[in-house]
Design a protein around this ligand. Structure first.
Ligand code: NAI
Ligand code: CS2
Length: 511
């Protein structure tokens, strides 16, 4: 530990991480940037600058650049609705630390590295022209996105949600832009609207090809993005829409690294390692995986040099990850939160819940085609071991967030597949019941509040009101969540109702 690190450990404030502080104090026991930040040119724009991008795509990009020596992959990060991340990173010259926490509790089980590839941070509320300019620039050939499952406004048939006021507003600006020089001061209402505006500016200037790479937990995330962006582009005219079809690629990707929201305790731990204060810290597990479909219209970082895999067919990897990891994550989140567990690790350490998680994995296994070279049983067991990492502090409430957007992707697709085979999936019914009771009860076994964070929160609160007996039927009426084959299957509905009644019964003695 450095002098400054010891001072930090004593709770004294440290110098803020920045290029000049790094030059003056060094990086303590953390690894410094693998590239020289000042040498980088921006070649990538990221939309949705949250924790995951900084611990995943940005790390792959920095490691690939360090090996290849290519200085053209600096990243302009674009935050979402709040300036919080921008305000944390801009004073730090875009520098931040990835604090990797292995499963042990010893200090040496954590390691810190500073990432230097984020060469600009923009907040759409005040930097829209800068973002549009970067998206149009010929030097930009890659856009990555982590805008969360709710960032893709779709209707029940998977097309652009034209009834969304935010989408309608973005379409109106695009349509107006098509009639006169774009007035890019208008802040876009959706991230895909901002992307479409940038593509429109690119189409009208260089027309250079571009890779748009969704890194969200969606099935066929590239195809989903292609559909929505192409439909949005039509508002800018047929020529623009055709250019998007011909010149922009939307590869599918499977992304994996558990990245919990960082806490003040994490920032203190990093401070003792760095000897500097980092308000942009991200925390992650050691494991990481990135599988991309080989569908690129323009040059990109050689991510394979950092361990990414580019393959013809991502779907088997994606289905295995979404169903064996994310579905199980949600089961532990809802049942664990209701039992009063604050973290996924606590829930995964509960024998009964661990058995329920293993049962869900066993149930969905037959719906999966083993990706080449992957032993699915081994992969599934490895996932449960990753969940048990007590150092991560990944909260059940963070995983429980946005259930109306997550369950269709990570659980209800598997339900539909199994029902089509005449199987009523009990473990998945228990997951769906857990979500419904989580929404309905809003409190855990100890009467602690379980806040509901979901784009459908108002609708869900309405469903939660009313007699307990009709809860499951009311929830099955949710628009855009349960497909007809799932909601209309009496066997599945009965199974969900039975699990919900059992769960509510087990909580009925609680305050
Ligand atoms: P985060 O909350 O740190 O960042 C989310 C980013 O998306 C923020 O910039 C936020 O402003 C923006 N955003 C949120 N809602 C939005 C909306 N409706 N429209 C536009 N932008 C919006 O979350 P984090 O951890 O970065 O995860 C983001 C996504 O990355 C997840 O939703 C998931 O799809 C994917 N992911 C996350 C992993 C993790 O362990 N955190 C692992 C694998 C994938
Ligand atoms: C989690 C995912 O928050 C959630 O819904 O299930 O973010 C999970 O941590 C990642 O997909 C792991 O790769």
């Amino acid at each position: 530990r450095t002098e400054a690190g010891l001072a930090a450990a004593a709770g004294q404030e440290s110098e803020r991480l920045s290029l000049s502080a790094l030059a003056a104090f060094g990086a303590g026991s953390a690894a410094g940037p693998a590239v020289e930040p000042r040498s980088l040119r921006i070649g990538m724009v990221h939309l949705g600058l949250g924790a995951f991008h900084r611990a995943h795509q940005a790390v792959y990009t920095e490691d690939a650049a360090a090996v290849s020596g290519d200085a053209g992959w600096g990243i302009l990060g674009v935050t979402g609705r709040t300036a919080k991340v921008a305000d944390a990173l801009q004073p730090q010259d875009g520098l931040y630390t990835v604090l990797t926490k292995a499963a042990g509790s010893r200090e040496e089980d954590s390691s810190a590295r500073i990432i230097g590839s984020l060469r600009g941070v923009a907040f759409p509320g005040r930097d829209t022209p800068r973002v549009i300019q970067a998206l149009a620039a010929r030097e930009t050939t890659v856009v990555t996105m982590t805008i969360t499952e709710k960032g893709y406004p779709r209707d029940a048939s998977g097309h652009l949600a034209l009834d969304s006021p935010a989408v309608a507003a973005d379409l109106a600006v695009l349509e107006r832009d098509s009639r006169r020089p774009a007035n890019s001061d208008d802040a876009a209402r959706t991230p895909l609207g901002l992307l479409a505006r940038g593509l429109f500016a690119r189409y009208r200037s260089s027309g250079a090809p571009l890779n748009v790479i969704s890194c969200d937990n969606l099935s066929a995330n590239g195809s989903v993005t292609r559909t929505l962006v192409t439909e949005m582009a039509a508002a800018g005219g047929a020529g623009f829409r055709d250019w998007v079809r011909e010149s922009v690629s939307f590869p599918d990707t499977m992304v994996d690294r558990i990245v919990p929201a960082a806490t003040e305790a994490d920032r203190r731990e990093a401070q003792t390692l760095l000897g500097l204060r980092d308000e942009g810290l991200v925390v992650a597990e050691p494991f990481g995986q990135w599988i991309l479909s080989d569908d690129f219209a323009a040059r990109r970082p050689a991510w394979e040099l950092a361990g990414a895999v580019v393959t013809r067919d991502v779907r088997p990897f994606e289905a295995a990850k979404l169903r064996l990891l994310n579905g199980t994550h949600s089961l532990l989140a809802y049942l664990g939160a209701l039992r009063g567990y604050r973290t996924i690790a606590e829930a995964a350490a509960d024998e009964e819940l661990a058995a329920a998680a293993a049962a869900l994995q066993a149930e969905v296994l037959p719906t999966l085609s083993p990706p080449p070279g992957v032993d699915l049983a081994e992969y599934a067991a490895g996932i449960l071991a990753r969940f048990r990492n007590p150092a991560l502090g990944h909260t059940t409430l963070q995983v429980a967030m946005d259930g109306s957007q997550k369950l269709p992707v990570r659980a209800l697709g598997a339900v539909e597949d199994l029902l089509a085979r005449g199987v009523v999936p009990e473990a998945l019914a228990r997951l769906v019941a857990g979500w419904m009771v989580f929404v309905y009860r809003g409190r855990d076994a100890f009467a602690n509040e379980l806040p509901l964070q979901d784009p459908l929160a108002e609708v869900l609160a309405g469903k939660a009101r009313g007699p307990q007996g009709g809860l499951v039927d009311r929830m099955f009426e949710l628009p855009g969540v349960f497909s007809a084959p799932v909601a209309g299957n009496p066997g599945f509905r009965t199974a969900v109702a039975a699990h919900a009644a059992e769960l509510l019964g087990s909580l009925s003695h609680s305050p």
